[in-house]
Design a protein. Structure first.
Lengths: 175, 646, 309
């Protein structure tokens, strides 16, 4: 206990300052009303779905919760149930077994909602493209709003992708 | 046809009892002795005073809805059972009459005659469906226990009669101070044992969980709601009136029995999957709560703190009335469920709230009442019992204070566990999806059944919001019994106990709750605008969760309790695995058994029964079948009698 | 009027307390953490969301959030927060308060069973077990307090206790405080009994029951949990350290009460945050041992009153 308290008091806040930049993200466009955008800009609950990934992206996403990247300071929060979520963070090439659960997760999420696909596998199945167990990219199962490419993408890029998805204006949708 | 006779017989009788009770509570009383009806023991002596009147009201409140319920419940019986239904009607009428006359009895003979009549009537009512061996065993055990109780009561009464020289209880009350205390103690223990076995307190309760499920539901309702209270009636009489003021250990004994009954009763209820046996164990729990009040009253009475004693007795009697109402409601609800689905096992039920909406809503009110949720009636009587126990610091002795602390802890634990028990009972039975085919076909029950339950639910709500209705008459009851009104003050807004110790305004609580909930809902309606609703599957981590196999089972719900209280349940676990013939690594069947045992039955009754059997086996040698030894016995007895008579 | 002000303070201030505890925990973990006002933003966002309801549920599922928030709002009416004179409606005493909390738990447990999922049932079962095992401790602690105060009415209790200068030196009083603190952890679902921010369903108690709720229903339930925590802390602060709370309806007394309340809540919040950061969640079947320990503390408090009389 003493050791713990000493460490806690001795270590300062280590979060990196500032907001991430817009680099390395592709956008597919999505219309969110102004009011929703403003609200989601301050409070966004995220449900992470692993649709058959190798967990490389999961480790990077896990890094977002660490004191260094600290996504909570932006009002983002990971939740346990899609019923509580506003945004789905999907990783992995969607395997055959995970296609149906992913669709159900999407349907279980209340409107307004959007999807961020993280990693090259989520974008176009990455190095697993054409495999016998692979169903297709995430966009073939649920409508995707932002794609964060990379294998795996850095936490900063993932954070930029999530925040971008909220900040998008009505610019027509390309699905 | 037969059930119409039953209705026309039992309902007027119940109404008559109700009228008598109401008259008695408003002050009317009588005392009548009929020496010609029975030429021995002073004849039949009946009298009405306020306590008897209160119990008459309890009897009527329990019997009347059940009589109405029986009309539709017994209607769909097979035609060859028509004779049985008529016999049931006769039995029920005898039952009502004997219970009513029991609380009016004023001497030993009258009391015991009606006690036995009540026991016999209830025995025949239990044995209605005697084509099942379970029912026969239950009836037999009930007969044995009730007659053992009768023997104890008889012995106790005779002890008092011998010491006081009279067979009339009022004479005992007057002569009590002069009687040797050890005789009074013996009488108290014997008579209390008899009454406690009728009330169903631990360790005399073993007949309850067998008899109540075996009887038809409206009979179970009457037995659980009304007959049990007559044991309490007897206890109140001997504790406070017929034996004079007792030493404090009487109260401590009753208090501890109450605490054990309350906790153990609800613990056995919480692991039971048979709906009616669950309710029977819950009756044991509520009897424990009533006994807590009575025990506290006895202790206060022995310390001459009579207004506190009156408060405790009032709390106990109020709980008697409340329990009658909500237990009858619950048993009738169980009867409706059994009628609609054909099963008593809650593991097979589920989703009944959609199929039987009114029965479900009424059962919910019963569950809320029995879990002592504000603003229903169970809350008021448990609150009063708590205040009576909390006020025990006025007793100057530390040992007694510690006993009361244990009682408070037991009552609190009971309250929490009862809530858990009825979340399980209501939730598994009525919510989510049906777990078996027969339940899927369930339908709503006839309107007479729903009406009887509805009346009880309304009574529960009324007594919860305006307990003054019952508490004011109870004040007079205790005034007559103990000489003092309870330490309660009534105002328009509520009840104040113990001077400034505790106050509650149950009517205002109910009103405030309702207003707040309505205001929140209205607020949403006005500002929320579009409440977009979408119906979708239950979240099961992405799996399709349409199967009832994935629902929580009743056994699983009770699992934390089974583990925490394993010292009481002493479970026996057995796992048997049958592998495939071809390879030991592939399992064909696994059988898992996790049974809880009853320590009281195993620890007390089984050895007792074994000892009786052993002794009788040895004594059986006397009946040798040899005429010569019988002649020898007769000669020896004759010699002994001649010697004694000299 | 004071009653309304106080009630609004409880209802509006509860999410701020939750935000404060989360911020403190974040700072102890060496990160920035969410904004202090984040819970308000979360609630506001939840009100505009769609509500997804499971097809297997009944009206109980939709009715429960209203009962839960109703019970908490009524409870907020009877706890004296800023002042003991006219600050609380005299609907009942502290026993009523505990039963109102139990009412909310009852309905929440039913709602957990209603959706027909394994998680909900498991959450209900565990929640009822923890609530049932915490009840004896609560009542014995109330007994201990009422022995000193001679009453169970909330305002009167505080008034009487405040008159005793040597209150904090009394061992019974301190023991009762610690036992009620452990009960607070159990009833509000905080570490080490239950982790409010866990994602693993097998470790959930309270969260498992609300997995099916969304939109405004979820907002109501989260708000009710915040109010429950606020009320428990207020009780702990005002009963065990009964100075600072106003005794009259004078504005000066009320303002002093407000300042005292803020100080007490901040102290309790910081200690909760430190506790949550330093202990791990207990295994579920070790929780009864913790609750039995708190029961023993409360019983000792009662015994110490009788032997030091």
């Amino acid at each position: 206990m003493k050791l713990l308290l000493r460490k806690v008091i001795g270590t300062a806040v280590v979060t990196e300052p500032g907001r991430p930049r817009d680099a390395d993200i592709e956008t597919l466009g999505h219309a969110l009303s102004e009011r929703v955008r403003k609200l989601y800009g301050r409070s966004l609950h995220i449900r992470e779905v692993d649709a058959g990934s190798c967990n490389g992206c999961e480790i990077e996403i896990g890094g977002l919760n660490s004191p260094y990247y600290d996504l909570e300071r932006f009002g983002l929060h990971f939740v346990a149930s899609p019923r509580h979520a506003d945004c789905l963070l999907v990783t992995g090439p969607v395997t055959r077994n995970m296609a149906d659960p992913l669709k159900r997760t999407y349907d279980a999420t209340p409107e307004p909602k959007f999807v961020v696909a993280v990693g090259d596998c989520a974008k176009d199945c990455g190095i697993f493209a054409g495999g016998y167990g692979v169903f297709g990219p995430v966009s073939s199962v649920v409508p995707v709003d932002v794609v964060v490419p990379g294998c795996p993408p850095a936490p900063r890029a993932i954070l930029a992708g999530i925040l971008k998805a909220v900040e998008l204006r009505a610019s027509g949708s390309v699905r | 046809m037969a059930n119409r006779i039953s209705l026309w017989l039992t309902v007027p009788l119940a109404v008559l009892v109700l009228v008598g009770g109401a008259a008695g509570l408003s002050g009317w009383s009588f005392d009548v002795v009929l020496p010609h009806v029975l030429p021995i023991g002073g004849g039949v002596a009946l009298g009405l005073d306020r306590l008897s009147a209160f119990f008459l009201v309890i009897i009527a409140a329990g019997v009347l809805p059940c009589a109405v319920f029986a009309f539709a419940y017994t209607r769909h019986q097979k035609p060859e059972r028509d004779g049985m239904t008529a016999a049931l009607a006769a039995g029920m009428s005898l039952f009502i009459v004997s219970m009513a006359c029991l609380v009016l009895a004023r001497n030993v003979l009258t009391f015991l005659v009606f006690w036995e009549a009540m026991s016999l009537a209830s025995y025949f009512l239990i044995m209605t469906e005697n084509d099942r061996s379970e029912t026969r065993r239950a009836g037999w055990l009930y007969a044995v226990m009730t007659h053992a109780g009768l023997a104890c009561i008889l012995l106790g009464f005779l002890t008092m009669a011998q010491s006081s020289g009279s067979l009339s209880m009022t004479a005992w009350a007057q002569a009590a101070a002069a009687i040797d205390p050890s005789k009074r103690n013996v009488a108290f223990v014997l008579v209390a044992a008899g009454f406690l076995s009728k009330a169903g307190a631990i360790p005399f309760h073993i007949w309850l969980p067998r008899a109540h499920p075996a009887a038809p539901s409206h009979i179970s309702a009457v037995m659980s709601a009304v007959m049990i209270k007559l044991g309490v009636y007897g206890l109140v009489r001997i504790g406070f009136e017929w034996l004079g003021v007792g030493p404090r250990w009487w109260g401590v004994l009753i208090l501890l029995i109450g605490a054990v009954s309350a906790v153990a009763g609800v613990l056995y209820a919480i692991i039971d999957s048979d709906l009616k046996r669950l309710l029977a164990y819950s009756t044991v729990e509520n009897v424990g709560v009533i006994l807590l009040g009575i025990g506290a009253g006895l202790i206060f009475h022995s310390y001459d703190l009579d207004s506190l004693a009156a408060l405790s007795v009032a709390a106990a009697l109020l709980h008697c009335l409340n329990h009658t109402i909500f237990k009858a409601l619950l048993f009738l609800g169980a009867g409706a469920i059994v009628h609609a689905t054909g099963t008593r096992n809650i593991e097979e039920m589920g989703g009944l709230l959609r199929r039987m909406p009114q029965t479900g809503a009424l059962f919910l009110i019963g569950s809320l009442a029995i879990s002592a949720m504000p603003p229903l009636n169970g809350f008021v009587s448990e609150w009063l019992t708590f205040q009576a126990l909390l006020l025990s610091f006025r007793v100057p002795e530390q040992f007694v204070n510690l006993v009361f602390a244990i009682a408070i802890a037991a009552l609190a634990l009971t309250a929490g566990l009862a809530a858990a028990c009825f979340v399980r009972a209501f939730g598994i039975t009525f919510l989510a999806m049906p777990r078996s085919e027969c339940v899927k076909q369930a339908h709503e029950v006839p309107w007479t059944m729903r009406l009887s339950m509805g009346v009880l639910a309304v009574l529960a709500a009324v007594l919860g919001i305006a307990p003054v209705v019952a508490l004011r008459p109870l004040g007079y009851v205790t005034a007559q019994l103990l000489g003092e009104q309870p330490d309660l003050a009534f105002s328009l807004s509520g009840v104040v106990a113990g001077g400034s110790f505790a106050a509650i305004a149950p009517g205002w609580v109910g009103l405030t709750l309702a207003v707040v909930i309505f205001a929140v809902w209205l607020g949403f309606r006005l500002t929320g605008g579009s409440l977009r609703k979408r119906y979708y599957d239950t979240w099961g981590c992405g799996r399709a969760v349409h199967s009832p196999n994935l629902e929580y089972t009743a056994a699983a719900f009770a699992n934390p309790f089974k583990r925490v209280f394993a010292f009481l349940y002493r479970p026996v676990t057995a796992i048997e695995i049958w592998p495939h013939g071809e390879s030991r690594l592939f399992v064909k069947t696994i059988k898992y058994r996790h049974e809880s045992r009853s320590i009281i039955e195993e620890g007390i009754y089984a050895p007792l029964a074994a000892a009786i059997r052993r002794t009788s086996a040895r004594i059986r040698a006397v009946q040798s079948g040899n005429v010569h030894s019988y002649l020898l016995y007769m000669f020896l007895v004759l010699v002994v009698l001649l010697l004694v008579a000299k | 009027m004071i009653l309304l002000v106080q009630w609004l303070l409880v209802v509006a201030g509860a999410p701020l307390l939750v935000g404060f505890i989360r911020k403190t925990k974040a700072r102890l973990q060496g990160r920035c953490g969410a904004n202090l006002w984040q819970p308000y933003r979360d609630l506001r966002k939840l009100f505009i969301k769609e509500v997804v309801i499971s097809e297997t549920t009944s009206w109980i599922f939709r009715f429960t959030p209203y009962v839960v928030i109703g019970a908490m709002l009524v409870a907020a009416l009877i706890v004296p927060v800023l002042t003991t004179a006219g600050g609380a409606l005299s609907l009942g005493n502290i026993v009523l308060l505990m039963y109102l909390f139990l009412l909310a738990t009852f309905f929440l447990a039913l709602a957990g069973l209603d959706a027909g999922s394994s998680f909900g049932g498991m959450g209900s079962s565990r929640e009822m077990a923890v609530a049932a095992l915490a009840e004896p401790t609560v009542m014995i602690a109330i007994f201990a307090i009422s022995l000193r105060a001679g009453t169970t009415g909330l305002s009167d209790m505080i008034n009487v206790l405040a008159g005793d200068r040597l209150l904090l030196l009394n061992p019974g009083h301190l023991l009762a405080f610690f036992s009620l603190f452990i009960v607070t952890l159990a009833e509000t679902g905080r570490l080490p009994v239950d982790n409010p921010s866990t994602h693993l369903e097998l470790t959930m108690i309270h969260e498992a029951m609300i997995l099916e709720y969304s939109g405004r229903y979820l907002a109501l339930i989260e708000w009710a949990s915040a109010i429950k925590l606020f009320l428990f802390f207020t009780l702990l602060g005002n009963i065990f350290i009964p100075w600072g709370i106003g005794r009259t309806e004078q504005p000066a007394a009320v303002l002093l009460g407000l300042v005292a309340l803020v100080v007490k809540l901040a102290a309790l919040g910081v200690s909760l945050a430190v506790l949550e950061t330093s202990v791990a969640k207990l295994r579920l079947f070790r929780v009864p041992a913790l609750l039995t320990g708190s029961f023993m503390l409360a019983l000792l408090a009662v015994i110490s009153f009788f032997f030091l009389r």
